[in-house]
Ligand binder design. Structure first.
Ligand code: XMP
Length: 602
């Protein structure tokens, strides 16, 4: 915990709403924490204000998440948003009903009065609605402070108790004065000063680290990614480099020359990091493995083994060492809405043995309260070079999950899928082929494993987006669509054998290096959030060679993502060069958003 004085609690009722609200509050320079609805009442007492997030449930669902009613009489200001608004109404004696149709999109809000959270807002303003249920009768003590044409009680307030409810979402940018409303709540109603900054964070964190570590030293795995590097620098600032032992593991699935480059950055920063070349062990353990989950499990276990070996060597149980981790906020929290999200990523820093160590107080996670952009800001404050700070995220299992494998050479043709694809693609002027491979996707709130499809035709982003969405929305068996950059005409696609072998790893490293250098040169690197390049065991037009998929995306916290639209001429040239320089039979461009696709293919 960073500050108990001026913290706003965001109660997480599911989905991704809670994180977005928490981030918005921090943008107002007020620290925020996400807490679970079933937290103990004592837990709620330490906050200056409480925001109840939206969520996918209906308040009348049997398993709908609820709050201890005592929360409403703590005298702490409360703001309920969407589901939170409905929950307030229901629990305080109002009424919630199911609407005939789901209201979804921008609506015009007409406010009544000029007080509280609506102070200094225009009389009418656009807000973002997304709900099925609505509040049909006010609880006692409340009055309507805003309505839209479809929703009478779009906003309500009990000014005396400082409890507010909004049917719309102030946290999304479509709500024109959303930040102003949150600001009114946080600064005026909750009386926060808005003085939380990364600089204060550093000062306070350094003291906290010293107090927590006492005389102990810290062992940490340093991948070279932004998070673990920032964590390492912060630990060094607090404890001095002599008390930190960092290890960089080269798994063999890193990018070309990456470990070498990372080690040289560490050295320049005066960080004491040792290099462990474990590539033979990692690659050897994955011999013949095809299933993505199996790959992840093996890699995760190997990391844990390396950590354990080192901790044993350091004799952790003698109480002299702590394990440091660069875990960040979205992966720290496990409450209603985020449990699933963290499960989807299967992170190494939350496996069972490490959870136990956390319980035993043997783990130190200095940036566990921060979001990615805050980690970057902190890195900058701590003097890390811009290039290091702006590095794209890279998954722990590295290229191992970007090389799809197959032990078969033939895939059964799926005539039904192909028929549906032909129908939908041709309506938009494209020709499509179902690919003989599956990739991971997110549908609803869980993972799916479905076929990918390739389409050929005009490189027109709007049309491609519509076609891709049309295909994944209406064909249950397809969760991902790629566009054929090379060759432009796809006569046939076939499955080929392929494992996680050195030859394929080297090939992907080279292509990845080539493409990243190209986007750096074009000054696109910092505009794109992440740019996975994926090797797939698919041969095109009878050439018995793998194909590649380019997967640049725009995103914020990786929970959702949009495929990037890159300048066409540049893209065409890059694809042609990849075809000419490397032994591949096709270059595809992923035109799937997340959801329904994921960022990685696995
Ligand atoms: P997906 O593919 O689920 O990925 O859309 C979301 C983000 O998480 C990254 N990722 C990982 N990062 N260890 C990590 O440190 C992992 O096992 C892992 N798996 C996925 C992925 O690169 C993307 O940024």
């Amino acid at each position: 915990m960073v500050s108990s004085k001026e913290t706003i609690a965001v109660v997480d009722f599911g989905g991704q709403y809670a994180h977005l609200i928490a981030r918005r509050v921090r943008q107002l320079n007020v620290f925020s924490e996400i807490i679970a609805p079933d937290s103990a009442i004592e837990e709620f007492k330490r906050f200056r204000g409480i925001i109840l997030s939206g969520g996918p449930a209906s308040v009348y669902d049997e398993k709908a998440p609820v709050l201890d009613k005592k929360v409403f009489s703590l005298g702490i200001p409360i703001l309920g948003i969407c589901y939170g608004h409905q929950l307030l109404a229901k629990e305080l004696g109002g009424k919630v009903e199911r609407a005939g149709v789901r209201e979804y999109g921008v609506a015009s809000l007409h406010k009544k009065g000029n007080k509280g959270i609506f102070s200094s807002l225009p009389a009418a303003t656009n807000v973002w609605m997304s709900h099925g249920d609505f509040v049909s009768a006010l609880p006692e003590g409340f009055e309507v402070i805003g309505s839209t044409s479809d929703c009478d009680i779009a906003a309500m307030a009990d000014f005396e108790k400082k409890i507010f409810g909004l049917q719309f979402h102030p946290e999304v940018t479509h709500t024109r004065f959303g930040m102003k409303i949150l600001k009114n709540f946080v600064l005026k109603e909750c009386n926060c000063s808005g003085s939380w900054t990364i600089r204060n964070f550093v000062e306070q964190k350094v003291l906290e680290i010293r107090a927590f570590a006492k005389g102990k030293n810290v062992f940490l795995l340093a991948s070279g990614g932004v998070d673990s590097t920032v964590a390492l620098v912060l630990l060094k600032k607090a404890l001095g480099s002599k008390r930190i032992l960092a290890l960089h593991v080269d798994t063999g699935f890193m990018r070309k020359n990456e470990s070498r480059e990372i080690m040289s950055v560490f050295a320049k920063q005066g960080l004491n990091v040792k290099l462990l070349d474990a590539s033979n062990e990692f690659i050897g353990s994955l011999k013949g493995v095809v299933e993505p989950e199996e790959k992840r499990k093996i890699i995760g276990n190997l990391f844990v083994k390396i950590v354990n070996e080192n901790l044993e060597r350091l004799d952790l149980n003698a109480g002299q060492w702590l394990l440091g981790q660069g875990t960040i906020y979205p992966d720290t929290i496990e409450s209603a809405g985020t449990k699933l999200a963290s499960h989807i990523k299967t992170h190494h820093n939350r496996v069972e043995s490490i959870k136990q160590m956390i319980e035993d107080g043997k783990v130190i996670e200095p940036i566990r309260e921060l979001y990615k952009d805050e980690v970057r800001e902190l890195g900058k404050k701590l003097g890390l070079p811009a290039k290091m700070i702006s590095r794209h995220p890279f998954p722990g299992p590295g290229l191992a999950i970007r090389i799809l494998c197959s032990e078969k050479e033939e895939a059964e043709e799926n005539i039904e899928l192909q028929k549906s694809l032909d129908e939908i693609a041709s309506k938009k002027g494209y020709k499509g082929k179902v690919l003989p491979i599956k990739s991971v996707g997110v549908q609803g709130d869980s993972r799916s494993y479905r076929n990918a499809a390739v389409i050929e035709g005009k490189l027109d982003w709007d049309l491609l987006e519509k076609t891709s969405t049309g295909i994944t929305n209406s064909i249950g068996g397809i969760s991902r669509v790629v566009f054929a950059l090379q060759p432009k005409k796809i006569v046939s696609v076939a499955l080929k054998k392929g494992f996680l072998e050195k030859e394929r790893i080297f090939l992907l490293q080279e292509i990845d290096d080539f493409a990243l250098k190209a986007i750096e040169k074009k000054k696109l690197y910092n505009k794109i959030w992440q740019f996975p390049i994926v090797l797939i065991p698919v041969s095109v037009n009878g050439k018995n060679l793998d194909s590649v998929v380019l997967r640049p995306v725009f995103s914020r916290e990786a929970m959702t993502a949009k495929f990037a639209r890159i300048e066409k001429k540049f893209l065409e040239k890059m694809a042609l060069e990849i075809m000419q320089k490397f032994p591949v039979s096709g270059v595809f461009y992923d035109i799937t958003h997340k959801p329904p696709g994921t960022i990685e293919w696995e």
